[in-house]
Design a protein around this ligand. Structure first.
Ligand SMILES: Cc1cc2nc3c(=O)[nH]c(=O)nc-3n(C[C@H](O)[C@H](O)[C@H](O)COP(=O)(O)OP(=O)(O)OC[C@H]3O[C@@H](n4cnc5c(N)ncnc54)[C@H](O)[C@@H]3O)c2cc1C
Ligand code: FES
Ligand code: FES
Length: 1298
């Protein structure tokens, strides 16, 4: 370590506005001069905007989604000759920071492979294993795997699964992605490897088919570059300086020199993913070039770690020295729960502690574990160096100072330590409560006496760190006594007073019981097995998640291939190579502008003024557009829909409502303008935020319909021997499409060319025409692919499209309007939330007699995308009952208008009747599985809507699935487990499904054209490929019908020019109907070709046949308009059936849970493509599971504004959220006589069975409640977050015993 010197060394000043030396980035082997760039620019922005490498995607810009992951390589500052290779989030990493990494090289998805040049094995496998749907997340997954394999060419399956704690995929349900990645694992079995034998096989040259000599994993060798940036001042521009010192003295001098200015030390620069508004800073000092700060030494007293050591590197060192102190393993495991791999690769412990120093409320895990371990930090500046405890450090004046190092002591003789972190999701989530405990005990006279104890918490309150009173109480006490335990808990109960002021925090009651429960876990871990009662032992361990696995079972008909053939998606290879283009990947056109919305912060008020003066002084500013700038109608929902204003003309119906549009030369500048727009409000009134308020105040939208009355439910209930009433709630769900709402509009000679990420192009076209006041014929809307949609881009995509169109028309320049995640979450509605009340009458055996249900559905501020009352056909699910009354009520609240989300209406309605059956069973003390079975429909039964079920197979499926997955045996095992364990409980639930598919509500135009020259075929249809595999199925049907290979067929982007008047893609049926249209086109084509074919010799090739037809003047283009007639009495076209069995384990002390096994049997008819349909089943199920178990929208109770508009606080499932064992069977030999080519839909129905996970968890909670004599029914609403689960377990610390 260099000693501190006052002498200024090595700081070579550069002229203002210039760089001091050659500032060169190396990306994929090529050098790029960045001296004119802003060093703060994120690497993602540089790659995408400057280099136009758009394979790297962006979404959250906060390190939370992983789609921007790239790999960096650079010289190891501590080991000459060695390279460090790691994945990082390019959305957070500033380009200036790369210059401090010696011989750096950035590797992006483009470097790995391409469809034309050949894919990298990772890209290839992800495609082959069906690991993509929309493909937006795919490059991030590939790069994260690449980073792993570059460091460890033969990882274990466990290491592979652990690697993906930072990547979101909303479509696939993760299973196929994990399978693809685990096929590289050294312990992958034959099935996982699929047709690949081992990794060498993957190195077969795509051209020669010979074994490739080149090692793919080392394809990009180390770079010996010319980036010798020795000067300290790298950039100096616009009053911002960026320094890159290489020795400590320089750093100290810089800190001294700039002690009066706002200085930011840049290490990983990941903190800005959490605290986005910190700053502004004038001086940036990148510390990564200082080699000394990477030092790690094992001292007699402990591990000394300097401040440039990243979190992941620290974990590595702690593991390396784990033999020196058991606490090192504990700390390493805890640090692994911080953020995700790429954040831990870039971010360091020092930055984390500084976040805590600056924001005392920050729930820092580093702080908790270091303080629990008794670590000390050293703070230094040019003149001084002092060591502090972590508690003291919080009060140190850090202005001009460096957090130099930390020393983590070893545990002393007799000391034990453990730490805990309870979070909303088991990966990549901040903590609710983290705790670290260290105790020293001594054994005397069979007693275990406390000599010293440290109890550290975060997540309770800003200033509550040590449970000092409890620590004091425990001094000298005997741990083997229940009195000590109870005494300590009583003191803890008094001193833990959680702060309850922030609606984003978990409830105070939950955090309090967590504080007690975690202490109890630790307490028991100190005692020997024989001291603890066997039933209490389960308190000690946390749920362990084994490596996940899954089985997919289906049948195919090889004689019909490519129909029924499980082929990868047509665009899978483009997606995994990053070449699949989404709208934001399109290169900007000359003069293109970018738009961002200004949103209301008031939920019920009138707009008083919008002042864009300051915004117009911002860099790149072009315009601020308001309602008065709209040339046509100010609504993005064309008639007959109700008006929804593009920009508010005055009335503000919800916080988050768009009120103006800022236009600039880049998205960044447009967003900066938004911050500068000043808005004033008047007539502020209290908004109606909650559903309860809306019900109380009778704030309803116009009646959504009469509902349904069949039989006489009131009498049936009153005359029933048993009756129940209940209420159940369901929250909202953000769609979480990885490609946020986006549209580009270009003014053309005669109108507008609109590239929209929309599920409903005709509606976009009409809305845009109305907004800009031109005819529909002058507008063409195109959608090539969507980066996810799930219903959220059916009508809501109109908003960005109209805004972009208004701007493009006003400014006569191309305009791209993309919502950043926060704007998207605030401005756009979610899945509808519900309160549902029911009354039910039934017999003593559980047979239903009468059901009355009132659905209060929150539509938000507009009735447009109503679903309540529209989907009553799902209310009965699979259950027979003669008397029903179903009453829909559409609630009007001051929230963004809610919209359809995958399985709208069906999912809530099915959950309600499932809840009712569970309630009936509990009332009767019967097994819900049997009660459900008793009520199932039989073939020929009639539904409440009056439809007869001629092909109903649910009874057979139900009983066969119970047998197949051994429900009886497993229930026995669960019973025993629950009897043996007080603090871990298991549960199993079964949910059957009848899902009605209706075809007549939508329409599509399909066109098939064959080229005379080579016989290749193009298809255009009215559906939108959004990841569901629509294009692939259409191509398969086309190829099958024409008797050609799929390679002949190309599906063109959907446009309103080629498929005018087409309806929305949704409701699971678009794949079928477009397949039907193409099937009919091909049939006509074949008929037209037949006379020519009949004259040709048998065996004539397709190409020759086509040529002959052309010569014979056969029209080789066919069109078909698909708009099926309704079935008699509007009956469904057909029903899909399924059964799901889910098993869960719950930690009763914390609410943490694990879905251990899910078995889905689903009737998909004769699947057109089992790979795609299984992908739909899995993806739908996991999205549903997220809704039931973790995804929760949080609103400001005062304004109704969305509070959790980002990945920090909104938690969709991650790869370790999925069932540990996830098995799907598509019902075999099940042709659907009413379907297209005997198939059935798969996009939404399986999601309706995902509530089985919630019920399995509920069973476990019931087991816990039984232990304390609480054996009555209780409702479990969704989402059943860890907090909700634990709270329902009714845990009382007074029951904590040894
Ligand atoms: C998606 C995401 C999830 C996260 N999840 C968690 C979590 O679960 N638990 C948790 O505890 N944290 C979490 N974090 C926080 C994360 O651990 C920190 O962002 C990271 O450790 C900061 O390190 P850094 O090197 O990037 O700091 P930087 O961002 O570079 O710096 C942060 C601050 O520290 C200052 N600083 C940096 N180094 C020094 C030094 N040596 N001396 C003085 N000042 C210095 C900087 O000036 C700056 O103000 C998460 C972050 C993200 C982005
Ligand atoms: S865009 Fe970088 S992590 Fe989401
Ligand atoms: S395929 Fe992963 S987000 Fe769509």
């Amino acid at each position: 370590m260099e000693s501190v010197s006052l002498r200024r060394r090595g700081c070579v000043p550069a002229e203002e506005g210039s760089a001091a030396g050659p500032l060169v980035l190396r990306v994929n082997g090529a050098f790029h001069d960045v001296k004119d760039e802003d060093p703060q620019m994120s690497l993602a922005e540089y790659l995408r905007s400057v280099l136009k490498h758009c394979g790297t995607k962006v979404m959250c810009h906060e390190g939370g989604c992983g789609c921007c992951v790239v790999v960096v390589e650079y010289d190891d500052p501590m080991k000459p000759g060695e390279r460090i290779i790691k994945s990082i989030n390019s959305c957070l990493f500033p380009i200036g920071s790369l210059l401090s990494l010696k011989n750096h090289c950035v590797i992006t998805i483009e470097a790995l492979g391409s469809v034309r040049k050949g894919l990298h094995p990772i890209q290839q496998r992800l495609a082959d294993y069906n690991g993509t749907q929309c493909g937006y997340c795919s490059p991030g997954f590939v790069m994260q795997m690449y980073g792993l394999l570059k460091n460890n060419a033969t990882p274990s399956s466990q290491e592979v699964e652990d690697n993906f704690d930072g990547n979101v995929c909303r479509c696939t349900g993760y299973r196929p992605i994990l399978d693809a990645m685990k096929s590289f694992a050294n312990d992958a079995d034959k099935r996982q490897k699929g047709s690949f034998i081992d990794i060498e096989d993957l190195r077969t040259c795509p051209k020669t088919k010979q074994l490739c000599k080149r090692n793919y994993l080392n394809k990009i060798g180390p770079c010996t570059d010319q980036t010798k940036n020795t000067a300290s001042l790298l950039f100096s521009k616009n009053n911002i300086s960026w320094y890159q010192p290489t020795v400590l003295t320089e750093l100290y001098l810089l800190l001294q020199e700039h002690s009066e200015e706002a200085v930011k030390l840049v290490h990983g620069d990941t903190a800005k993913g959490v605290y986005k508004k910190d700053g502004p800073y004038q001086v940036f000092i990148d510390v990564k070039g200082i080699a000394d700060l990477y030092t790690v030494t094992m001292q007699p007293s402990g591990l000394k770690v300097f401040s440039n050591v990243s979190l992941n590197s620290l974990i590595g060192h702690l593991k390396q020295y784990s033999d020196q102190s058991p606490s090192y393993t504990v700390i390493a495991s805890h640090l692994l729960k911080i953020a995700n791999g790429p954040v831990r690769n870039a971010g360091g412990w020092a930055g984390n502690l500084m976040m805590k120093w600056k924001h005392h409320e920050f729930v820092s895990d580093v702080f908790v574990v270091f303080e629990a371990a008794g670590a000390k930090v050293t703070v230094s500046d040019v003149t001084d160096m002092n060591t502090y405890t972590l508690m003291e450090f919080l009060g140190v004046n850090m202005q001009g100072k460096l957090l130099l190092c930390v020393e983590i002591p070893k545990l002393a003789e007799g000391e034990s330590m453990n730490t805990y972190k309870i979070m909303p999701r088991n990966q990549n989530a901040h903590t609710y409560v983290s705790a670290g405990f260290r105790v020293k005990t001594r054994v005397s006279n069979n007693k275990q006496l406390v000599e010293s104890v440290s109890m550290v918490y975060t997540g309770i309150a800003e200033d509550f760190i040590h449970a000092t009173a409890t620590e004091k109480y425990l001094q000298g006490k005997d741990l083997t006594s229940n009195d000590t335990l109870q005494g300590a808990l009583a003191v803890l109960d008094k001193e833990v007073i959680p702060d309850d002021s922030d609606p984003l925090l978990a409830s105070a009651a939950y955090r309090k019981i967590l504080a007690q429960g975690l202490f109890y876990k630790f307490y028991l871990s100190l005692l020997s097995d024989k001291t603890i009662s066997p039933r209490n032992r389960s308190a000690r361990y946390s749920l362990e998640r084994p490596v996940s696995s899954g089985k997919q079972t289906y049948s195919t008909k090889p004689e019909e291939y490519p129909l029924t053939q499980p082929i990868p998606k047509l665009s899978a290879r483009l997606q995994t190579s990053g070449e699949a283009q989404f709208i934001n990947d399109l290169l900007p056109l000359p003069n293109e502008l970018f738009a961002a919305f200004v949103l209301s912060t008031e939920g019920n008020a009138t707009l008083s003024s919008i002042d864009g003066t300051a915004a117009m002084t911002m860099p790149g500013a072009v315009a601020v557009l308001k309602a008065e700038d709209i040339p046509g109608s100010n609504t993005f929902m064309p008639p007959p829909f109700a008006v929804e204003e593009i920009f508010s003309s005055g009335p503000l119906l919800y916080a988050g409502q768009p009120i103006a549009l800022c236009i600039a030369d880049s998205q960044k500048h447009a967003l900066q303008m938004v911050e500068a727009v000043k808005v004033t409000y008047q007539d502020q009134k209290p908004p109606i935020v909650t559903l309860d308020e809306a019900i109380k105040k009778k704030s309803f939208h116009p009646s959504p319909g009469p509902g349904l009355l069949t039989g006489d439910p009131a009498t049936a209930i009153s005359e029933s021997p048993c009756k129940i009433e209940g209420e159940i709630r369901m929250g909202e769900q953000y769609h979480f499409y990885m490609e946020t709402q986006i549209c580009r509009c270009v003014s053309t000679e005669d109108g507008l060319e609109v590239q929209a990420s929309s599920q409903w192009l005709t509606l976009v076209q009409q809305a845009v025409a109305d907004a800009v006041g031109i005819q529909v014929k002058n507008i063409n809307v195109t959608a090539k692919r969507l980066g996810g949609a799930y219903g959220g881009k059916a009508t809501r995509a109109n908003l960005v499209a109209c805004a972009a169109a208004v701007a493009a028309t006003a400014l006569r320049r191309p305009v791209r309007c993309i919502m950043d995640l926060s704007t998207n979450m605030k401005a756009v509605g979610k899945r509808h939330g519900y309160i549902v009340r029911y009354k039910v009458g039934f017999n003593k055996d559980g047979t239903l007699n009468g059901v009355i249900i009132t659905y209060y559905c929150n539509n938000g501020s507009s009735p447009n995308d109503n679903e309540v009352g529209e989907n009553l056909v799902f209310s009965d699910n699979a259950y027979r009952c003669k008397n029903w009354q179903l009453i829909p009520v559409a609630l009007k609240t001051n929230r963004a208008p809610h919209t359809w989300c995958r399985a709208p209406g069906s999912k809530p309605n099915i959950f309600v009747i499932e809840t009712i059956l569970e309630h009936v069973a509990k009332f009767l003390s019967l097994d819900p599985i049997a009660v459900k079975q008793r009520n199932l429909y039989a073939r020929g039964d009639q539904t409440p809507m009056g439809f007869v079920l001629p092909y109903c197979s649910i009874r057979d499926l139900y009983s066969s699935q119970l047998t197949k997955v051994d429900v009886a045996g497993r229930m026995q095992a669960i019973k025993k487990f629950n009897a043996d364990n007080l603090w871990k409980k298991k549960g199993l639930a079964v949910v059957p499904l009848k899902y009605s598919l209706s075809w007549s509500w939508t329409c599509y135009l399909c066109t098939v054209s064959v080229f005379a020259s080579d016989g290749s075929v193009i298809v255009s249809h009215g559906g939108i490929e959004s990841g569901q595999g629509l294009n692939t199925k259409v191509a398969q049907v086309c190829a099958y019908m024409l008797g050609i290979s799929v390679d002949y067929v190309s599906i063109k982007p959907t446009t309103t020019n080629s498929s005018p008047n087409s309806g929305a893609t949704g409701g699971s049926i678009s794949s079928e109907l477009n397949c039907m249209g193409v099937q009919r086109c091909c049939k006509i084509l074949r008929e037209r070709m037949k006379p020519v074919r009949d004259k040709l010799p048998p065996g004539t090739s397709w190409k020759d046949l086509v040529a002959a037809c052309f010569k014979a003047k056969v029209n080789l283009t066919v069109q078909d308009w698909v708009w099926p007639d309704p079935q008699p009495k509007d009956a469904p076209q057909y029903n899909s059936y399924g059964v799901t069995v889910a098993e869960a384990e719950v930690d009763i002390l914390t609410g943490e849970n694990q879905i251990t096994q899910v078995d889905i049997l689903f009737d998909c008819g004769e699947s057109l493509n089992p790979d795609i349909d299984i992908g739909q089943v899995e993806g739908a199920f996991i999205m549903g599971m997220g809704y039931w178990l973790m995804e929760e929208m949080v609103y400001d109770p005062k304004t109704g504004a969305v509070l959790n508009a980002g990945t920090w606080d909104y938690k969709p499932p991650f790869s370790k959220s999925i069932p540990v064992s996830f098995n799907i069977e598509l019902l075999k030999n099940a042709p659907n006589p009413m379907g297209v080519l005997r198939s059935k839909a798969s996009g939404e129905p399986p999601q309706c069975m995902s509530c089985a996970t919630l019920f399995a968890v509920k069973r476990a909670i019931e087991a816990a409640r039984e232990d304390i004599g609480q054996n009555t029914y209780f409702p479990l609403s969704g989402p059943a977050t860890v907090e909700v689960i634990q709270t329902n377990c009714l845990v009382d610390y007074r029951n904590f015993k040894i």
